[in-house]
Design a protein around this ligand. Structure first.
Ligand code: SF4
Ligand code: SF4
Length: 402
């Protein structure tokens, strides 16, 4: 029997009740030492990002991609070490995180930010984490990978009562030897897409980073091959660079002048700066449309599409439909159609959530529509995590009026 509890109700009170129960169950399963380890871990307090809470199955990555920023974050390119928490400890850490909504309608969990979740040394850890998430929480899970995934592992993922969204990263066919010296070649990765699809999952091509000067010449072939391999769609990502990344790319013969021209801020130390890639993203959306692939601008939108393909009528947890990231607003097709799936909410429930989560005192303005909840109070305390928590509960942007 599965031990998860979840609810489709978009109600703060219900989610609070489920979370308290979940914490109680997990505390009864862990030794004091294991619980301490879970509570000390950053998964118990980090705020989710746009793609969800990043789940670390490993530390470091030996693939050494030249455009990767993990080295600038203090991680190594020399090895991929399994993350120290057990699956049960990880779930306990996540359940204690005040910014996490548990359940299938809850916070997305994103695997693959500081290491590849299918690097041989961490595959067992990744499956252990999936198993425990299935058993206790059932939150939607998304992974990004460049590695080969064995058919047995694909079958193990398919058998889980969990919605998993696979992203397979391929950004170049011609320059992979210089740019991704230790990762499997793109043809092996297209084969991974093919086998994931055959195995019953819904893989997307992950086109990130979008590298100016390279992508323009390769975009047609990349999308043709992804379509042929059975990708459901493509997530078109951005590119954040640091001084070190530009230096590495220049040494590999990439024309970095074009990258510098597109910088959206000053490079300093290890700071990551976004490139302005609007034109290339528009181009990629057009090419995807011509191929009959769902083109998306955010990884969370792929997760939302996969949830909907599994029959869960859920709007994007990152509420992308309330801003420019939604491709519907640009005239493209997205089968998730989030604006039609925004849940009904209860005003008293929202007031209670605002008082408890945002510590609001003297609420003077509360306006609720299909995309936003506007709040004004005499006193409020909030941070990114608290806002993301409420956004996920109500599937609406939380706007604090001053
Ligand atoms: S596979 Fe991902 S995490 Fe590993 S080096 Fe490449 S970009 Fe970085
Ligand atoms: S409808 Fe818009 S917000 Fe929803 S998944 Fe599609 S692109 Fe994202």
């Amino acid at each position: 029997m599965k031990e998860y509890m979840y609810t489709m109700t978009m109600s703060y009170r219900e989610i609070k009740r489920v979370k308290e129960e979940l914490v109680k169950i997990l505390r009864s399963r862990l030794s004091e030492e294991a619980l301490r380890r879970a509570l000390r871990d950053t998964h118990s307090r980090r705020a989710p990002r746009a793609c969800g809470l990043t789940v670390h199955v490993g530390i470091g990555c030996s693939n050494r991609c030249l455009y990767c920023y993990i080295q600038d974050m203090g991680f190594r390119f020399t090895e991929t070490r399994p993350y120290p928490l057990s699956g049960l400890e990880l779930v306990a850490a996540i359940a204690h995180n005040p910014y996490i909504v548990p359940g299938i309608q809850g916070t997305y969990l994103a695997f693959g930010s500081i290491s590849d979740p299918f690097y041989p040394t961490v595959v067992v850890k990744t499956l252990d984490y999936f198993n425990n998430i299935e058993r206790f929480m059932r939150n939607p899970c998304q992974f990004s990978t460049k590695m080969t995934i064995d058919d047995e592992v694909i079958e193990a993922m398919r058998r889980l009562d969990l919605v998993i969204s696979p992203l397979v990263t391929i950004v170049t066919i011609t320059r992979h030897r210089e740019l991704e010296p230790r990762a499997p070649d793109p043809w092996t990765r297209f084969d991974t897409i093919r086998r994931l699809r055959k195995g019953g999952l819904q893989p997307f091509l992950f086109l990130r980073p979008l590298i100016p000067g390279i992508i323009e010449n390769e975009i047609d072939e990349l999308m043709d091959e992804a379509k042929r391999a059975g990708a459901v769609g493509v997530v078109i990502g951005g590119f954040r660079v640091t001084k070190t990344i530009l230096r590495r790319l220049e040494r590999a013969g990439v024309k970095v002048d074009e990258l510098r021209r597109r910088l959206r801020g000053r490079l300093r130390g290890t700071k990551q700066v976004n490139l302005n890639l609007r034109d290339l993203k528009e181009l990629a959306l057009e090419v995807a449309k011509e191929r009959g692939l769902i083109g998306l601008l955010s990884a969370c939108c792929a997760m939302t599409n996969v949830l909907n393909l599994h029959g869960y009528r859920l709007a994007c947890a990152n509420v992308c439909f309330a801003e420019g990231l939604c491709v519907l607003k640009k005239g493209y097709v997205c089968k998730a159609r989030c604006p039609e799936k925004v849940p009904k909410v209860d005003e008293d429930d929202i007031k209670e959530a605002i008082e408890e989560v945002l510590k609001a005192r003297g609420l003077t303005h509360l306006y609720i529509d299909r995309e936003y909840i506007e709040v004004h109070a005499r006193a409020l305390e909030y941070n990114e995590g608290a806002l993301r928590f409420l956004q996920t509960v109500y599937r609406r942007r939380i706007v604090i009026r001053r």
